[in-house]
Structures are given as C-alpha cells and as structure tokens.
Design a protein around this ligand. Sequence first.
Ligand code: DQA
Length: 154
Amino acid sequence: MAVEGNRSLFRVQVIHGPNLNMLGRREPAVYGTQTLASIDAMLADEAKQGGAILSSFQSNSEGALVDCIQATFGEQDGILINPGAYTHTSVAIRDAIAAVGLPTVEVHLSNIHKREAFRHHSYIAAVAVGQICGFGADSYRLGLYALVQHLKSL
Ligand code: DQA
C-alpha cells in the first residue's frame, strides 16, 4: 500500500491479454468501440477518485503476461486482469496468479457465458476473488471498484 498525504492508496496492476490492443477496431459488435488507451484513461480517472494507483500492461504473449504477474510480488496490492483468450487455455497464467497470491479480479468485456462453449470455462476464475463480464468497458470499472473494496476489507 502507498500513502499520499494521509490517504492510503492501493497499488493495482492492470493486465490486458492478447488482441486487446486491437480494441476499437476488433469486432466492435462484440467488444465495443472504445480503444484500450481510452479504457486505461477511464480507469486512471476512476483510480484517482477510488484510492488506487494503477500500472497498466498489455501483451499478446503468454510468457510476458506470466512475467508481469510474477513482477507484482511485493510491488502491488492487487491485480485486475482481462486474460483475453488465455482465460480459456492458460494453466501458466492461473499458476502465476496463485504463486504471487495477490487478490485478483478477472474481467471480460463480453459475457463469456453467453458465447461459444469454449469460452464458458475460465482457468483464472478459481484463483480470482471474482469475475465480472458482459458490461463492455464498464466491466473494468466495476472490476476495479470491486477489487479496491475487497482490498479495503482485508
Ligand atoms: C474477452 C473474452 C475472451 O473469450 C476473448 O478471447 C477475448 C476477450 C472479453 O474481454 O470479452 O479476447 O476476454
């Protein structure tokens, strides 16, 4: 936890998985028209009011995402992650989250449970505090709120 004046601030690592760098142009009917930069800007705004300091990272590579998760150890208080397609495939990302042991909230723009069957299972859900999906870019906002509330309760 960081301190600014006499206010406690939770340090949150925001992680965006593969293809999320293409938001805005990628299947807008499914994922909306907001770019990743605008989602990060909205989250930074939200964090200022909500008592969090954010670092944001995006990669298309599973190993780079694992490295980012490992680097949170001792440096961050929580993780907000949209693992993209790796949600449905990655034991490595799940294990990295379990290894660092930080409270983690999983978010998705789309409602993965309403979509193709292969998207219904998340390897991440079992190591997350909770999952928020289906609210477009608002999933991130709601996820950050839920994560900060959870961190305050510890
Ligand atoms: C996603 C859902 C995943 O199934 C998909 O592979 C993505 C985006 C979402 O935010 O809705 O890349 O995580």
